[in-house]
Design a protein around this ligand. Structure first.
Ligand code: SF4
Ligand code: SF4
Length: 257
């Protein structure tokens, strides 16, 4: 698989923290309803893909082929996926209808955060900005004219992003640490493919774990193995831990060259 670089739109965030306050409300009667679901690039997290492929009754391969586009995340050289826009005039999200989002309970983290953005993937290792949020200030969004008051913390809780951030934390940390690698340290194609498989193609990773010599090279106790056979989240956490070892070992070896 070849991964193509795609520079993300430049964002100049105004830093918000969990106690920052804002006014906002979004409901079906609002004049801009669903405008935010058109012409937008939504980066999916590993947990988003697990939720969506389960919701749609697809395996990971099918979901990725039908609903996603692969990009290289700026300054990391790591492949990530975005939701594929429809080929209509408004470049609509495939899940938007006039009445709203048809997969609302399983909508991605980025949609839950909106109109906030989380800067977790832009964070630099060692910088004091782990709780860094910003407004996605799109002129069509009228939600800021409404009179409902929030703090960032309240919004995160209301939209159910806390659980998602917790599950994605190790993955986000891995991406952030890769961002801090010196530019001359490049990942091998094999390492990128492994990152992609574990991050987004959890069904393929399960086959890899149980149908190759993986468990002979990396012995794993029986109780853990039983969980990994059926639980996508456990398998994701296991995979990310293993991947960290692999990527940072490669970094050490290249530094020692
Ligand atoms: S543009 Fe803003 S207010 Fe309008 S539907 Fe989207 S989030 Fe809600
Ligand atoms: S997934 Fe749902 S909320 Fe997110 S952009 Fe698509 S339609 Fe809108």
């Amino acid at each position: 698989m070849e991964f193509k670089s795609d520079q993300a739109a430049h964002i100049d965030p105004v830093q918000l923290n969990r106690n920052s306050k804002f006014k906002f409300n979004c409901q079906p009667g609002i004049s801009c309803f669903t405008k935010c679901c058109r012409g937008i690039n939504i980066i999916l997290t590993p947990y988003d893909v697990i939720r969506l492929k389960t919701r749609l009754g697809l395996n990971s391969d099918e979901f990725l082929a039908i609903y996603t586009t692969v990009h290289l995340l700026e300054k990391t050289d790591l492949p990530v996926v975005t939701l594929k826009q429809l080929d209509d005039q408004r470049k609509s999200c495939p899940f938007v209808r006039d009445q709203g989002c048809i997969i609302y309970e399983d909508r991605p983290s980025a949609c839950r955060y909106y109109p906030l953005g989380s800067a977790s993937l832009m964070h630099k290792e060692g910088a004091d900005d782990t709780d860094f949020f910003f407004f996605v200030n799109e002129p069509h969004c009228k939600g800021f004219e409404e009179d409902n008051h929030w703090t960032v913390s309240q919004w995160r809780k209301d939209q159910g992003v806390e659980l998602r951030d917790e599950i994605n934390a190790a993955w986000t940390d891995l991406v952030v640490r890769k961002r801090s690698f010196p530019v001359n340290i490049k990942l091998t194609q094999q390492a990128k493919e492994m990152f992609f498989m574990i991050s987004y193609n959890i069904d393929k990773f399960r086959n890899f774990v149980f149908e190759s010599s993986f468990l002979q090279k990396f012995p794993t106790d029986q109780v853990t193995q039983e969980k990994l056979k059926t639980d996508d989240i456990e398998l994701l956490k296991f995979g990310i831990q293993w991947l960290k070892g692999l990527l940072f070992q490669q970094k050490k070896e290249k530094e020692a060259d």
